[in-house]
Design a protein around this ligand. Sequence first.
Ligand code: ARG
Length: 458
Amino acid sequence: MKLWGGRFTKPTNELVEEFTASITFDQRLAAQDIQGSLAHVKMLGACGIIPQEDADTIRAGLLKLKGKWEGGDLPFSIGDEDVHMNLEKHLIEEIGPVGGKLHTGRSRNDQVALDMHLFLKEETTELAGLLTHLVSVLTAKSEQYLDVIIPGYTHLQRAQPVLLAQHFLAYAGMFRRDVERMQDALKRIDMMPLGAGALAGTTFPIDREMVAAELGFSRIYENSMDAVSDRDFILEFLSAASIVMMHLSRFCEELVLWSSTEFGFVELDDAYCTGSSIMPQKKNPDVAELVRGKTGRVYGHLFSLLTVLKGLPLAYNKDLQEDKEGMFDTVDTLKTSLILFAGMIETMEVRRENTERAVKQDFSVATDLADYLVRKGLPFRQAHEVIGKLVLHCIGQGKYLPDLTFAEYQGFSELFEEDLYAAIDVRNVVEARNSLGGTGTESVKKQIAGYQDWLAAQ
Ligand code: ARG
């Protein structure tokens, strides 16, 4: 017998029952559903909407269900459609017809919205914590490898040498903004829809403030139709999550490159790599590849929900049931990705022999040599031209800039003096960039200190 069976004369078609049911996935909201019901029934009793004694009986019944759910001892059935009706059925079985008073002044429409808000509030807070942990791992790694210099790239061509720490801290900046985005999304997640009823509010003298306080919400939806049809808070979460995955994916791409023989900048820990079933020599960066790969499904969930919502008239429509699986999958994907990614960075080692060789065997100090001539009085455009020719000369000779003799330099410009060699020493080149936000060690140390302060305040 369906909870809504009164006006029906026929049983539901079996496939329809399966098609419309959400219990296979929304049972994940059972804890939140019970939490919401406990607050609702407390309010019903306190406001005299149902006798206090009935409220107490219902509360005891709900606590029993909670225990059973936690013990894995609460069977759910497709016939009862969703987590809300499965739990109500169980409650009535547990305490008798008085259990039917729980749904007074409430609809599944405001109930399911409440469950989603409660669920995301918890998960977003946890994800912000995992992101903060990643920022701390990157800050620690930056300190550990503060002396390492790598080529910095534009167009994936060697551009100017930078501290590896500067590269790490660029990502720390992205993940710190991700924490802020999650915290900002939380402001809209932290809103209480219960009390909206099906769409129009209720005839009972409910106390929404009391329920909100009981559940720890800071704000209440001011319009009942908005409360039951709003899914912006999930969209915001999915957007923030998509940006997190995009950041992880960019970094993963670099780790895949950096751990290749061609780059050889880092050695990923064996615990974070896998092998090949045929090629005995292989050690593959699967975690980095798979985090990169899973980015697509999270973007997909964002687009899927945007599309579900785009043509929906107010207020509740069954389409909204499609908000759940993508959100659950996003939470799970993000959690695993963040945990594994942080572990991979934490355990990764830098191969200094390769980073040192890389910064010696390139022309990424050419800008500094041009700046050198500018300091000797040459207009930058002309200096650029001179150094361009010098680089061409080096390529022809199979040499790098530090290998040229002083006489060779003089042949290109009389402004060159012996101090030119110091000007193109890679260490000096890096240390000369202590402008605010630059890659010099002093500037990087200031950035690290900034992250340490921020972390301490979290
Ligand atoms: N399972 C539904 C959902 O997830 C709950 C709300 C159903 N409300 C309704 N009027 N059919 O959206």
